[in-house]
Ligand binder design. Structure first.
Ligand code: R5P
Length: 302
């Protein structure tokens, strides 16, 4: 297996060796700004992995598609895109007159030569149905459970910030050896005034760990924390798979009794996030290694 990693994801490469051989390529632009790939590693009949992202800036999506095309043109047998964070996966709802971006992204990758996509904690099961090629997603339940153990949060209740997050919370409870039924969750409404949590189902108790897939602007978690505090919780921890940390509003979380935010390194962390002492970044390197071992095992069977 040959892995072609975009430079911003090279921090994950060390964990993945020696299961994969590093492929050498370069992305450049011509004087007129057109993208151009030069591949220096022979790939004929090889299974190639691309490690990177399709999140904005849009250049990432175009570069990844052009690299997949180049790998296939050079004779790669199979191309698997390893996208630890699958951008566009929240655009999975059919609404009249609006784009269904995740389906479009899937078709674009397929047309470029990608045979399958491996990701971590895809937003919804619907994404898998809308994708025209296999979309394999692993939820990092064990990583969340380990962090709960290491940070002495065993007595804290796991809470879902909306009903979409309940399966995630159940998986973490299962990894902790706890009962998986009756996860306390908040009812979330999206209105003209933005996100609002209207009701708490179940009892979170004094210490809560909120688990979600994405922290983007923080609006969802700010509203969830507000509601939890009103319901009597006095200490909150947040665990998300993908820390986007867009803008600065998410910093309001610190004034809402949030003690610590945990996120994975599925997105290269920005400097201000790395510098924040109350954010713990946990590596998904081991999880990616296991996904690669699984791909190898599948290939040996077929
Ligand atoms: C929504 O369904 C997702 O699971 C996240 O809760 C949400 O997209 C996070 O975005 P933000 O931080 O901007 O509220």
């Amino acid at each position: 297996m040959i892995i072609c990693s975009f430079t911003d994801y090279e921090y994950l490469l060390d964990t993945l060796k020696p299961a994969v051989q590093k492929g050498d390529f370069e992305v450049r632009r011509f004087a007129n700004n057109e993208l151009f790939i030069s591949l220096r590693t022979p790939v004929r009949m090889d299974h190639c992995l691309i490690l990177g992202s399709i999140a904005p800036p849009d250049e990432r999506l175009l570069s990844l598609a052009l690299l997949a095309h180049t790998l296939k043109k050079e004779g790669a047998r199979k191309v698997t895109a390893f996208l630890p964070y699958l951008a566009y996966d929240r655009q999975d709802k059919e609404k009249p007159g609006e784009s269904l971006a995740i389906a479009w992204v899937g078709s674009l990758l397929q047309a470029a030569g990608v045979d399958e996509v491996c990701t971590i904690d895809v937003h919804s099961e619907r994404d898998k149905q809308l994708f025209p090629i296999p979309l394999l997603s692993t939820f990092p339940a064990r990583i969340f459970a380990n962090a709960i153990g290491e940070h002495h949060l065993i007595d804290a209740t796991i809470v879902a910030p909306d009903n979409g997050a309940i399966p995630r919370c159940k998986s973490v409870n299962a990894a902790l050896g706890r009962p998986t039924s009756d996860v306390p969750y908040l009812e979330k409404r999206r209105g003209e005034m933005g996100i609002r949590h209207t009701k708490m189902h179940g009892n979170a108790g004094p210490r809560a760990v909120i688990i979600d897939d994405i922290l983007d602007t923080g609006a969802t978690l700010i509203s969830a924390c507000d509601n939890l505090l009103q319901s009597g919780t006095s200490e909150i921890f947040i665990m998300v798979t993908h820390g986007l940390f867009t803008g600065s509003d998410w910093r309001k979380l610190w004034s809402l009794k949030v003690n610590r935010i945990f996120c994975m390194d599925t997105i290269p962390p920005a400097k201000d996030v790395l510098d924040e002492s109350r954010i713990t970044i946990v590596s998904v390197g081991q999880l990616l290694k296991e996904q690669i071992a699984q791909l190898n095992a599948d290939a040996a069977i077929h």
